[in-house]
Every structure is written in C-alpha cells, then in structure tokens.
Write a protein that binds this ligand. Structure first.
Ligand SMILES: Nc1nc2c(ncn2[C@@H]2O[C@H](COP(=O)(O)OP(=O)(O)OP(=O)(O)O)[C@@H](O)[C@H]2O)c(=O)[nH]1
Ligand SMILES: [Mg+2]
Length: 333
C-alpha cells in the first residue's frame, strides 16, 4: 500500500532564485497566480503550522527566524506575501516542521475574496493529501495601540476560517515588544486577552497567547507547544471536504457581511461627496469640484468592487483548487 507523501510548495523569497526566477515571480504576482518552484520532499510524519494575521504583522519574519528560510519580508506599506508559501523543513522537538505563510485579509494588493480563495484552496488541497496541520499561529503586533478596522476584519475572517472547534490548536503570538515601553505592552496584552472583540473567545477555548522576541529560540519555544498536538481540521477544510459550496461556508458568509458593510459605508460617503460637489458647483469653486469628481470616481470603483467581488468566488475557487492540487504533487511510495 502506498503512503502519500505530500510535496511542497516553494519558498519564493529564497536566495536560490536567479534573476530569471525573480522576474517570473514578479510577473505572476501581478496576475495573483499561485506559483511553484521545485518541491522538496517531506515525510508523512512532517507536521504543518499555518501562520496567519493581518498584513505587516510579522508572519514572514517569524517563519524566516524559526526555519532559516529567506522568504521575502515587507519593507513599506504595501502587503508583501500574496500567496501561500512554505518554509524550508526544520526540526522542533524532534519533529520535522513546515510553516505555511499566508496573505492577510487586509492585503493591499488583493481583494479579500482573492485571499479567501487562495487560502481555502491551499488548506483543502493539504487536507485531501492527509497533511498533518497541527496548529495555527495568529500574529499580533503588541505595538498596535489601536487595532484598526481592517485588522479586526482579518481576525473575524480568521475566526470563521478556523472555527471554534480548532481554537485549541491556535497560538496568538504577540511580537514587536521591543518597539513599545514594556508596561504599555503588558497593558495592551491584557486588553487583547480579555476583550470579546479580540482574543478572549480563542483563549476561552484552550487557545493560548505567547510572546515572541524575534529570536529562533522564542519561535521554537512557541512551536513546541504545537508540534505534538493532534492534527486539527479547520472549519473551512471540514466544510469544503463535506462538499459544501464555498459560498455557503462560514468564512464566505462573514466575508459577504463585511463586504455589504463596506458597500454601505462607500454609499454613505458617496452621498456626502455628491452634496459637497453640489455646493462647490454653486460656489463656482472649480478646483474643489475637480478634486471631488476624482474622489467620486475612486469611491464608485471601490463600491463596484465591494458589490461584485464575492460573486465570482465559487468558480474561481474550483479553478484555484485544481491548480494547487496539480502543483502540490502527490506521489505514492
Ligand atoms: N521589531 C520587529 N520588527 C518586526 C518583527 N517582525 C516583523 N517585523 C518587521 O515588520 C515588517 C513586516 O514584516 P513581515 O514579516 O513582512 O510581515 P507579514 O505579516 O509577512 O506581512 P505581509 O506579507 O504583507 O502580510 C518588516 O519590516 C519586518 O522587519 C519583530 O518581531 N520585531
Ligand atoms: Mg509576509
């Protein structure tokens, strides 16, 4: 009887790429494709940990520090990772581990629908191959004294993807402690752990919260808490494996709510803008009129995006899943 060996998606930021490879990477990034490099074999005992969190929260940095990979890390305000990518395999507590890097739901270069499609397809393909996903790390910058709307949206999407039933396999990792006075960080940590809109629901269901000081030792100490756990099946994996259409999953329904709210907000802003434009017209203020017209165009585009982005998800998801399954070669040994 053959045992399934999953073969793994690549480290795109890895130094092994020459210029030609980097060019391909840039090209595919623009088309939001999931790309692949030569796979590295892993055993059926390898355990996987997914690293999630909002954009710029330090997911890729954590992965690089823990594994010695050289995945590309963000420099500015633009989101950096816009696909699921894996670390090189490494050992923690006697187990071979692979970390999955994911884009955040507040990615600046992709819609939330793209992110949902990409993450779901990857997780489902992994699940089908019997890959042992032992946990999920959710990164949280302790330096954020306000968790903005988009970061909260990312957390809500994460909660729906994961499902309460898998919270015991979740570790909320706080980082960037060095960038704030320690007592402020501690106060913030307490708030994050005790408020319903933050991590209280996760911690109440056996999830834990740990500090990370950006060293390999601290990353491994965190991972040690996960590598011996029984593999988890995340809600999105279970739903899709049961044959539920992606548009009926909890994560999609949450996304739909988020997008409707966003559309409503855009609509309100548009109404306000139209009133401002009428006033500027009356006052014959041409410069303001032009500025407002430009802003109106932008808002209308945003509104259209919010209203339409969910509708293509079902067909796009199937195509993404096929593509990822082809790329995550499975071989019998
Ligand atoms: N001081 C400090 N800076 C960090 C830490 N982790 C990440 N950073 C910095 O934060 C920025 C964003 O880090 P990334 O690892 O690219 O964050 P990400 O979550 O992968 O971002 P996306 O791929 O855009 O979703 C980079 O400039 C990192 O150098 C940390 O633990 N401490
Ligand atoms: Mg990243």
């Amino acid at each position: 009887m053959g045992q399934i060996l999953a073969r793994i998606i690549p480290c795109i930021g890895d130094k092994q790429f020459g210029d030609e490879e980097s060019k391909k990477i840039t090209e595919t990034k623009e088309t939001k494709e999931t790309k692949v490099t030569p796979p590295s074999p892993v055993t059926s005992e390898t355990v996987y940990v997914a690293v999630m969190g909002s954009t710029g929260s330090g997911k890729t940095t954590f992965i690089n520090v823990a594994s010695g990979s050289e995945l590309r890390v963000g420099m500015g305000l633009e989101s950096c990772t816009n696909e699921v990518q894996t670390s090189i395999p490494f050992t923690v507590g006697g187990r071979q581990v692979l970390l999955l890097d994911t884009p955040g739901f507040d990615d600046t270069t992709m819609t939330d629908t793209d992110v949902l499609r990409i993450i779901s397809a990857y997780l489902v393909a992994m699940n089908k191959q019997g890959a042992r996903l032992v946990g999920v790390i959710y990164m949280q910058r302790i330096s954020d004294f306000k968790v903005g709307g988009s970061a909260r949206r990312d957390l809500r999407m994460f909660q729906e993807l994961c499902g309460e039933e898998a919270y015991e396999n979740v570790i909320v990792v706080t980082n960037m402690w060095g960038t704030v006075p320690h007592e402020d960080g501690v106060a913030r940590e307490h708030e994050l752990a005790t408020k319903d809109i933050f991590y209280k629901p996760i911690l109440e269901r056996k999830g834990i919260m740990l500090r990370h000081d950006n060293t390999r030792e601290s990353a491994h100490r965190i991972l040690e808490q996960l590598v011996r756990k029984e593999p988890a099946v995340l809600r999105i994996q279970r739903e899709l494996a049961e044959g539920i259409d992606i548009t009926q999953t909890a994560a999609f329904r949450q996304l739909d709510r988020e997008l409707s709210e966003l559309a409503l907000q855009h609509q309100k802003n548009l109404e306000q803008l139209k009133a401002d434009m009428a006033r500027a017209e009356q006052e014959m203020d041409e410069e303001t009129q032009n500025e407002l017209a430009e802003e109106k165009q932008k808002l209308e585009d945003e509104l259209r995006k919010a209203q339409t982005q969910a509708s293509k998800l079902a067909s796009d998801y199937q195509a993404e899943l096929r593509k990822i399954e082809e790329k995550l070669h499975v071989r019998e040994v």
